[in-house]
Design a protein around this ligand. Sequence first.
Ligand code: FES
Length: 107
Amino acid sequence: MPKPIRHVFVCAQSRQPGHPRGSCGEKGCADVWEEMLYQLQQNEAFGTVAVTNTGCLGPCGMGPNVLVYPDGVFYNNVKKDDVKEIFSAHLLGGTPVERLRAPADIW
Ligand code: FES
């Protein structure tokens, strides 16, 4: 397996309805995850980008949340329609999508 240039983690955490923390699950992280996998396939980026779904990343109320390493870039409120831009501009191109980055008091 080649070492990826970037590794993206998509929060896939769900909680019961009414839970005080909420979750990325109730905000549509499944669609974000599916689109990330689709972009991985469409771009044939298997040797360049690693994609992993994960548990809670912290700021549940700002989800769906996506974290990219080794850059340490944290994205909040990611929608399915944002994923193509994250993939092409950042994961492949190396330029983070500024409009989706977490505010400084979060990350
Ligand atoms: S549930 Fe996604 S960050 Fe907590």
